[in-house]
Write a protein that binds this ligand. Structure first.
Ligand code: NAI
Length: 479
């Protein structure tokens, strides 16, 4: 027997611990478990070859095994260098019926603390199937989709740009990887792209990228925007961050949050959850916004709304939640209080100008423990930077808890079924799931919380002009 080596994780001996936590999580993920029961016989994902690029956590393990239990074949990478839970990755690689000696699970390429080079190699391996490529992508932030688009673009152009032309370390790694892969097989990405029926995208930032590709006419395959299902962004982004933001700050620093001043940059879904989370601990929260509507919301929710420049010397904790870049600059960080805590919960690490921080003359960095660094400025004052400016809730803690991820991942599973079983209904473009499916995802989570839903009478339904069984709201309703 050739040993199965089609995976790369930190330590297979963690699989038993991972499996135990997966079993606990299954009980907290009623959406995914009821989809498993509903589709056990019909196997709607039979024939699907799904490449996933999404934080390799315990909750994601339950998603992966839901996809396989619906008939899919799956390969996986994480979408962040720090977010993998190594015991979850090991359990997925070993599989429910394998052993560390004889792994029989899903090919997964992910460990906590990858280098950027390793990160892109893992993404490529998840996209490289023994017999070709995937027919579906499940993405979080759009990196798997990006690699396919870039690979195809360079193959068509007949050349990969020189690494020296890259504008960031990240881009340099992509160019390096693509140069090697195109040299080995000049048709690789053409073939991969041709096989893909579509992508389902998890997060705000990845969705932005998809709409930009579609606007430029460059989108290669249909995409379902899972983020903007109500049962995703109004739950995961908000209540998920309300839970995992302080979890990350606490595990990283154990600093008392009560009485401190905290600045949240961005008052979208994520920012709302973050602000509530810190206020719940007794912090005085200041919000920064560029959008008058969100700024007004923050003010009416009782937060001071200010410019970062005006409050940067006063605050103890800074969190970026914008999906934008260079929101906290090196000059801001130079002005912060001694031992101010700086972290980001938006998708990419450029919300905080880490590259600019490193370039300050005379700055020095001391690592305290994994994903916690103290940066000392030439004048002797320091700041504490979490997860090198990457998602702190996944780098310093374990991300969102199972119950909220069950909502997000039920949407993902349904979106994958849509693209796999109804390709004719999704020409190239970006789509949202119909409201009736959004309501279905919510319904799947009511019993577990003891919710007794009121039923409309026929007369009430016709008075409102909605069907008794839903959907209940117009598409423009904002919840
Ligand atoms: P959103 O679009 O609802 O909110 C972002 C807010 O930031 C907007 O209101 C916008 O006006 C504001 N903003 C933009 N530039 C700004 C600036 N320079 N200063 C102050 N405010 C600014 O997006 P959402 O859903 O809240 O997501 C934010 C980020 O978090 C995205 O990158 C998303 O992918 C990521 N995300 C992270 C999660 C996690 O677990 N860490 C979970 C869900 C989303």
């Amino acid at each position: 027997d050739k040993p199965n080596d089609d995976f790369k994780v930190a330590d297979l001996s963690l699989a038993e611990f991972g499996r135990k936590e997966i079993q606990l999580a299954e009980h907290e993920m009623p959406g995914l478990m009821s989809l498993r029961a509903e589709y056990a016989e019909t196997q709607p994902l039979a024939g699907a070859r799904i490449t996933g690029s999404l934080h390799m956590t315990v909750q994601t393990a339950v998603l992966i095994e839901t996809l396989t239990s619906l008939g899919a074949q799956v390969r996986w990478a994480s979408c962040n260098i720090f977010s993998t839970q190594d015991h979850a990755a090991a359990a997925v690689a070993v599989g429910p019926n394998g052993t560390p000696e004889k792994p029989a699970g899903v090919p997964v390429f992910a460990w906590k603390g990858e280098s950027l080079e390793e990160y892109w190699q893992c993404t490529e391996r998840a996209l490289t199937w023994p017999d070709g490529g995937p027919n579906l992508i499940l993405d979080d932030g759009g990196d798997a989709t990006l690699l396919v688009h870039k690979g195809l673009e360079f193959e068509k152009a007949g050349a990969v740009p020189a690494v020296e032309t890259a504008e960031s370390e990240e881009e340099a790694e992509i160019l390096k990887l693509l140069a090697a892969s195109v040299a080995a097989d000049p048709q690789k990405w053409t073939n991969v792209a041709a096989g893909i029926k579509g992508v389902t995208e998890e997060t705000t930032t990845g969705v932005h990228r998809l709409y930009q590709l579609a606007e430029r006419g460059e989108l290669l395959f249909p995409a379902i925007n899972v983020n903007d299902s109500v049962t995703k962004s109004k739950f995961d982004n908000k209540y998920g961050c309300r839970h995992s933001l302080i979890d990350g700050i606490n595990r990283a620093t154990d600093v008392l949050i009560g009485g401190k001043t905290a600045v949240i940059c961005g008052y979208g879904d994520v920012g709302k959850g973050c602000a509530e989370s810190l206020r719940g601990q007794g912090a005085r929260v200041i919000v920064t916004e560029i959008d008058p509507i969100n700024a007004l919301q923050a003010a009416m929710d009782g937060y001071q709304v200010a410019r970062l420049d005006d409050v940067v010397e006063q605050a103890d904790i800074f969190v970026t939640a914008t999906g934008n870049f260079h929101v906290i600059t090196a000059a801001h960080m130079a002005r912060m209080k001694h031992q101010a805590i700086v972290g980001n919960i938006g998708h990419f690490d450029n919300e905080i100008d880490m590259a600019g921080l490193m370039k300050i003359d005379g700055i020095s960095r001391t690592n305290i423990k994994p994903q916690v660094d103290v940066w000392e400025f030439p004048d002797g004052h320091t700041i504490i930077v979490l997860s090198e400016g990457r998602l702190l809730n996944l780098g310093n803690a374990t991300g969102h808890p199972s119950f909220v991820m069950s909502n997000s991942f039920a949407n993902q599973t349904i979106a994958q079924i849509e693209l796999h079983t109804k390709p004719a209904e999704y020409p190239i473009g970006v789509y949202r799931l119909p409201k009736v499916l959004d309501e279905k995802v919510a319904r799947l989570h009511l019993d577990a919380l003891g919710v007794r839903l009121t039923e409309l009478s026929e007369q009430q339904a016709s008075y409102l002009g909605v069907p008794v069984e839903g959907p209940y709201k117009a598409d423009h309703y904002r919840y």
